[in-house]
Design a binder for this molecule. Sequence first.
Ligand code: NAP
Length: 310
Amino acid sequence: MEKVIIVGSGCAGLTAAIYAARANLSPLVLEGSHPGGQLATTTLVENFPGFPEGIDGPQLVMNMHMQAERFGARFSYSEVTDFEPKDDHLRLLIDDEWKETRSVIIASGASARWLSLENEEKLIGHGLTSCATCDGAFYRNVPVCVVGGGDSAAEEALFLTRFASKVYLIHRRDKLRASKIMADRVLACESIEPIWNTVLTQYIPDEKGEMNAVKLRDVNTHEERLLPVACVFVAIGHDPNTKAFHGKLETDPDGYLIRKHLAESKHPGVFIAGDVADRVYKQAITAAGSGCAAAIEAEKYLSGFPHSVD
Ligand code: NAP
């Protein structure tokens, strides 16, 4: 019987791991298929307190990982696919094997949303991606486009100017949702060309199955046109990763887990942290804060079990 299993290794999960490990709970952290969460695929993080010059996202999560490990957190690349609450413990299906634990901290984060267009799955990795940090360098001196108008789209577009000959920013409205500082940077950047009030309606691959162009539609005039691009970077937000908990834990209509109080769910022993339950702030620092709260609540909960905390 584990004391606490932490599902997810982004900012929320790793902060929970640091606190749980320092409380001597020897947490088991399930890193899942995207270790480090969203920060692992971002670039410079300028708003995490304590880093006046900013810090690279992958470095920040690596630091947190080492910090948790130093206090005794254990890590596994496994993934949870099912969950069963029992009277005084919980069962998690981890890589096809049921594992028992007194408590769980769900910090499974959120995954990139796609446009749901024809050929989308086939084109991922062939000129279609949601991660500029991962794939941007493959597209040197060619035109690319970013879809979206939030901070992620702004960040991706700015990052891509290092490589691409031209970055088109395709947004369905005529105003960016991104924070003012990011929006100002995008609008001041000569190699980014915003295409306003426009949606991408079709991916057009070449005969080898690589992205070659996209079809765009002006939402006001309904005019359509082709735009040659070598890669499309989709940055239209994220959906919470709650598949393993469907029907077992309460979610809102968009699938975000619902917390009863700061970090608790309605099930004893189940705590929730980070973007999997946050449709409002979605910041690294708020995820870290909620990871801390979840670990403190889990520790309090576990202290009710004799011999559960050494
Ligand atoms: P977001 O803020 O939800 O923005 C998503 C963008 O995609 C919006 O502009 C939205 O358009 C557009 N969109 C959504 N669905 C679409 C669709 N089906 N077709 C076309 N466009 C679509 O998501 P995000 O940019 O990933 O940011 C998420 C959170 O992380 C935010 O709180 C953000 O501040 C934070 N973040 C911060 C930083 C930073 O501080 N450096 C970096 C990245 C993310 P509308 O505007 O019309 O809704």
